[in-house]
Design a protein around this ligand. Structure first.
Ligand SMILES: Cc1cc2nc3c(=O)[nH]c(=O)nc-3n(C[C@H](O)[C@H](O)[C@H](O)COP(=O)(O)OP(=O)(O)OC[C@H]3O[C@@H](n4cnc5c(N)ncnc54)[C@H](O)[C@@H]3O)c2cc1C
Length: 370
């Protein structure tokens, strides 16, 4: 029996899957609850590694706002500077970026149905007929996951971010990362330059903190390292949002699969989920094609994506635990910790070998120095 492919969610993961399926001659239908794919996407930032974007196999250059070469990581009164010789990442305009996927999907003949929310009853009914493969690419609070009884995700980061026009950005080629108690408890704060005079500032806090991210954001802005950048600027708009902080324990049940944020395919260090969502979409397309050809069960998707990216996502989780460590030792000691890293040459190492997606690749370089 020919199976219909239903993708829930027209985010980057769901649309990438539909494009990859079309590249293999497989038709799919994407259901999206919003009336436009770019509605509300400005709630999230867009820092994406150049390597990751190149692997997407979609032309992305028109969405670039700024080139990034490195980062300044602040803790206590210290700063660890990382600066590569060439571009390592881009700041992308999220509205333009998601529209690239939408146009490519439409061009490939995918049916993208906008303003069509799939509720629990419809999803269960669709699955019950047995003639469909359903893919939940429906974001951090996935309805598909809860409708089909996937193990829940317990840890989330609550975020708040805003843009500041007329800011004073010292070096627009560098992101600012702020960790430890002096700046923020829990996750981290960031400053993403769009250029010399526009910066995005944001924070994330662990959902278990039971605090308002908007309130924590306001106190973060009072920190001198941030107030120096934004003083005299105009706050454009503020947005709160949510990021899953752990990989879901299972991502395939019967004919239902999860992808992207719904699967927790997110870096726990930064909350970045676009590149891993896209890479896993490619694996999902391959697995669906093999399932339709009777060559392997759908569960192979789970095995494959974990084999390729599971270790990296775990390592991001391990590195994330250093945020709690920096919080627990207080501002002065977190400053000493940064000093210690500097003395070890960590700044130089990251400048030369840093990989914002793959700690596994960086670790390899520690042992196999060229
Ligand atoms: C403040 C912030 C900053 C971030 N910064 C970065 C960054 O710099 N780099 C990076 O890589 N990532 C970043 N992220 C994470 C990134 O935004 C997500 O990982 C990415 O958007 C996930 O893509 P997705 O397609 O899995 O899900 P989403 O983009 O969430 O898309 C899911 C879609 O499903 C739709 N949907 C949900 N339920 C239903 C339903 N029942 N029926 C139909 N449609 C439905 C939604 O409307 C939505 O369009 C950030 C996130 C936040 C909040």
């Amino acid at each position: 029996m020919e199976k219909e492919i239903v993708i829930v969610g027209a985010g980057s993961a769901g649309l990438m899957l539909s494009i990859e399926l079309a590249r293999r001659g497989i038709h799919s239908t994407v259901y999206e609850r919003k009336r436009r794919v770019d509605d509300g996407v400005e709630k999230a930032s867009g820092i994406l590694s150049k390597n990751g974007l190149d692997r997407m196999e979609l032309e992305y250059r028109t969405s670039i706002i700024n080139d990034l070469y490195g980062a300044d990581i602040f803790a206590g009164n210290e700063k660890l500077a990382v600066m590569a010789k060439s571009v390592v990442a881009y700041v992308v305009d999220r509205k333009k970026f998601i529209n690239l996927f939408y146009s490519a999907a439409k061009e490939a003949g995918v049916d993208v149905l906008l303003g069509r929310e799939l509720n629990r009853e419809t999803l269960v009914d669709m699955a019950g007929r047995g003639d469909k493969i359903i893919v939940g690419a429906d974001g951090a609070l996935s309805h598909v996951a809860s409708a089909f009884g996937f193990p829940p995700i317990h840890r989330f980061v609550l975020t708040y971010k805003a843009e500041f026009d007329g800011a004073l950005v010292e070096d627009p080629k560098k992101v600012g990362v702020y960790v430890g108690e002096r700046y923020i408890k829990g996750f981290f704060g960031w400053m993403v330059p769009y250029g010399k005079s526009i910066a995005e500032v944001g924070i994330g806090i662990d959902s278990s903190a039971k605090k308002s991210s908007a309130v924590v954001f306001d106190s973060f802005l009072k920190n001198s390292s941030i107030s120096n950048i934004i003083s005299g600027s105009r706050k454009i708009a503020g947005h709160a949002s949510i990021i899953p902080l752990e990989v879901r324990k299972k991502t395939v049940l019967g004919n239902v699969m999860l992808l992207g944020d719904a699967a927790g395919q997110v870096k726990a260090t930064t909350g970045g989920g676009i590149i891993f969502g896209i890479l896993c979409a490619k694996i999902a397309a391959e697995s669906i094609a093999k399932k339709l050809g009777g060559r392997e069960p759908l569960g192979e998707y789970e095995r494959r994506w974990r084999a390729l990216y599971g270790a990296d996502l775990k390592m991001h989780n391990m590195i994330h635990s250093y945020y709690s460590f920096l919080n627990s030792i207080g501002p002065r000691n977190s400053g000493y910790f940064i000093k210690f890293l500097k003395a070890l040459g960590v700044g130089e190492f990251l400048s030369k070998h840093g990989d914002m997606d793959s700690p596994k690749a960086m670790l390899k370089r520690v042992f196999i120095r060229k």
